[in-house]
Structures are given as C-alpha cells and as structure tokens.
Design a protein around this ligand. Structure first.
Ligand SMILES: [Zn+2]
Ligand SMILES: [Zn+2]
Length: 482
C-alpha cells in the first residue's frame, strides 16, 4: 500500500499492529509505529491504542508504557493492553494499580480487562481481591463470558478453593475450549483425577475437540496420581485426534513412567521420539532417577543435557546433583561453575500471605515485619509442639537446596514458615492459611508444614513455583510428589 502511495488510515493501522501482536513480530511492529509517527496518526486514539497493545503483547512493556503515557486520549484497548502486559510479566502490583485506575475512568471496562485482573489475583494467590473483582463481574454481567470464566476457575483453583472453580464452571452454560482446559488443569492440580477423566469424557460427548493443552492436563493428572496405564491411553489417543505429541507431552510421559519406577520404559520413549528431546524431557528423567536412586542413568541423562548447550539454572542444579550422586565430582563442580559463570542471579526466596487488602511478604529469617516478635514466638512454640508430635528436622536440605539462597539461613525460619506463623496469630481459627512462594518448598519445610497442619488443626495451602500443596491433618494433597 505504502509503495503505491496509498495512505493507511485508522482502520488499517490497528489491523497491521494486531497481526504483529499475533505473530510476536515486534520488529515489523516497530516499523509500523514509525510510519504512524511520520503520518501523524500517533494522536489517534484507535491507532495509538493498537500500538500500545502490540508492544505489550510482544512483551515490551516499557515501550508500551512510553506510548501509553503520552497518549492524549485512551480507550479500553490501550488500558487492556497495559494491564494484560503487566499480568503476563508477573508485575502484579502495577497491573492491579492500573486496573483500579481504569475503573475510575469513564470507560466501558471489558471482559478482557476483568480477566487480566482476575489472572493477576490467581497468580499471586490474592483470593479476597479476586472475589471482589468476581463480584464486580457479576454486577456488570460479565460473569457468563468464557474469558472471565476461565480466569475465575484458575483463580479459585490456584487459591486452593476448588469448589469455587467447579461452581463457576457449572454456572456458565456455553463453554469454550479454554474453560474446559482451565477446569481440567484445576482438577489435575487438586488431584481430583477421576473428575478430570470424567470431564474429558464429557468433552467428547458434547463434541468439544480436545487440543494440545487438554492432553497436557490429563497427562499431568495421570502423572500426579501415578496412573501409568491411563497415561499411555491418553498419549495414544492424541494421535486419534490428529495431534502429534510435542516435547511437553513426552516430558509428561517420561515423568509419569519415571516416577512410577519404570525408568527403562521412560528411556525407550525418549529413544523413539521423532523430535529432539528437550531440557524438560531430560529433566523429567532426572527426577525419576533421583526418586528411585538410579545414579548411573541420572549421569547418562546429565551428559545428554550438557550436549543441549545452554540450559536453565534449575537444570544445572539437577545435573550437578546427579553427577555428585554418581560420584563424578569433577563434572558436578563443572555444572555448578557454569551456573556461576553465567551470572545467574539467584532469586531471593519470598513467601507472602494476604490479609484483607494487604499483602504481607517475608524473606527467610526476616525480622522486618511489625509483628516479628509474636511471629517468632509462635514459631518457637509450634516448633516444640511438632517435635513432640514426631517431627525431626532434616538439615540435609540446608545443603542440598542450592537453587535457593536460603541455604545459609537456619532452616526453621524459611520464609513460608514465617508466613504461616503470621497467619496462625492473625487469622480467626478455622480460616485456611494461603501462602504463596516464589521458589520451591524444601523437603524439610514440607514435612514440618504437614505436622503444623496437624498440631494447629488448620488447613494450610502453599503454592510454590512448581506446584500446589494443600496441607490438612498431617497430610499433603501432593502425596509427597513434588
Ligand atoms: Zn524450607
Ligand atoms: Zn505437598
């Protein structure tokens, strides 16, 4: 168009930027933005908003914000783009701040903005705030939208309220695939395995065609419950639906077989893969080897990981531990050194808990909280109580957990324990304590929290970066698989 001298207008620019967003082609998006500026369309609310949305969806929130901040007039697309962008990046505070601001604007807030805000609450386990937004959706009749519905299901599931997720699912009569998948993930996360299988059957009955994600969910449910035969069934079923398993489906199968101790079967699945096994596939095998103490196979898998080239920092830890267990200390040291050389910044272990509209954050050994004295006193008391109930501290986790910077801290003051103690002294009896953690829960804390749930008679829900734990009466919903 530009070549033949036709000037794009306020309809054509948004279409072009939308295409860039869908394809994640920020390079072309930037060129279009330049043409927008040259042709003086940057002041146009539709064009400007579409540019903001494009940058945000392509993951460049800073450029999105630059354009957003200087716009003379904004609409739901620009607000929605920004809120979605911050949500995707996990910047919950900014996403929620903008959400509150947009409610004050005289705009018709759409389902997209609501679903982003609900997702933020789900990702940060902010149940109370999420419920308030749910209430707003009901008032504004967005409660029957599938986008909002999927977000709500995931909110309730991630906050440990599976009943809430079922309720939302049942109340929305016309369901899209996203909603079915959201409900399946929720069932898998809560180990409602039979319910997940039922849902899958219901999907087939109503003629909803499952996709890649659907199969990932059922495979995850199988893996969680150690159901090898069912896993194989669904894995084969994928092909009947014309879906070729991707690396994550293979990783799931390897995880399932590995955890069940069928390590050789896992290896033969990997050998038969038509695509190159990825980090997650080897990672799943390494996990199986660790559980079943097969140090030789673990070292073999570790060798394969090294051949892949650069891998994530978590993988270096797995590999290093595998070599160390096999007595190959030089390679173990090498894996650790690679991690250090790459300058991987270790994330600080943080746990947080929501109280009303406030979020209380804790780091390991943290004494900054205004209730610190009471929190530590509660932990001391609880420590004695759980020891009498049979808990023995496993300090080996202090050394093993090299992926967290908490190793130097006394294990009993890990951040999640501080958050739980805060909940115990603050929340009325009977109210479950929901804790969110950005790193994996260590094995010793996992054991300790089981005892804490028994001794205090509380339901304690901890969502770490890996999975979801619901502790009740001395047991955890993960069945110690995590
Ligand atoms: Zn711990
Ligand atoms: Zn658990």
């Amino acid at each position: 168009m530009i070549d033949v001298g036709v000037r794009p207008d306020d309809h054509i620019y948004p279409s072009a930027t939308k295409a860039c967003a869908v394809l994640s082609r920020i390079d072309i998006g930037r060129s279009i933005h330049c043409v927008v500026l040259k042709t003086g369309f940057d002041g146009d609310v539709f064009v400007g908003s579409s540019v903001v949305d494009m940058y945000a969806k392509c993951g460049d929130i800073r450029d999105a914000r630059k354009v957003f901040d200087i716009m003379p007039k904004r609409n739901v697309v620009s607000w929605g783009g920004m809120i979605h962008g911050y949500t995707q990046l996990g910047e919950a505070d900014e996403a929620l701040r903008m959400f509150k601001q947009v409610l004050w604007e005289d705009l018709d807030v759409n389902g997209c903005i609501f679903s982003s805000a609900i997702r933020v609450c789900g990702n940060s386990t902010l149940l109370e705030l999420g419920k308030q937004i749910h209430g707003l959706c009901l008032k504004m009749s967005y409660d029957s939208s599938c986008f909002v519905g999927s977000a709500l299901i995931s909110l309730y599931s991630k906050c440990g309220v599976i009943e809430g997720a079922y309720k939302v699912f049942d109340e929305i009569s016309v369901k899209n695939l996203g909603m079915w998948n959201a409900m399946l993930i929720a069932c898998a996360q809560h180990a409602h395995t039979n319910k997940a299988f039922d849902l899958f059957k219901r999907m087939e009955c109503v003629g909803m065609k499952p996709n890649f994600i659907t199969f990932l969910c059922v495979l995850y449910a199988c893996s969680h419950a150690g159901l090898v035969e069912e896993g194989k069934y669904y894995f084969e079923l994928m092909k009947k639906y014309g879906l070729e398993p991707g690396d994550q489906h293979y990783a799931s199968m390897v995880d399932l077989l590995g955890r069940a101790g069928k390590l050789q079967d896992a290896v033969s699945i990997i050998d038969k893969m038509p695509i190159r096994p990825t980090e997650s596939v080897w990672g799943a095998l390494l996990t199986g080897c660790r559980i079943h103490g097969d140090t030789e196979l673990a070292a073999y898998a570790a060798d394969r990981v090294f051949e892949l080239g650069p891998v994530s920092s978590g993988m270096h830890v797995l590999v290093s531990n595998a070599y160390a267990a096999a007595g190959r200390y030089e390679e173990a040291a090498k894996a650790r050194k690679m991690l250090r050389d790459r300058g991987v910044k270790k994330e600080t272990g943080l746990s947080w808990v929501e109280e009303g509209n406030r979020v209380h954050r804790f780091a390991a050994g943290d004494r900054r909280h205004s209730k610190s004295v009471e929190i530590y006193k509660k932990l001391e008391e609880l420590g004695d109580e759980i020891e009498r109930a049979g808990y023995i501290a496993d300090t080996s986790f202090v050394l093993q957990e090299v992926d967290s910077d908490e190793k130097n801290q006394a294990i009993r003051y890990h951040s999640e324990r501080l958050a739980i103690a805060f909940g115990l002294i603050t929340f009325p009896p009977g109210r479950p304590i929901r804790v969110m953690k950005n790193l994996r829960v260590c094995g010793d804390c996992h054991t300790a929290i089981k005892f804490m749930s028994k001794c205090s008679g509380r339901v304690i829900i901890v969502r770490d970066n890996n999975r979801f734990h619901r502790f009740e009466d001395g047991k955890c919903s993960c069945g110690d698989y995590w």
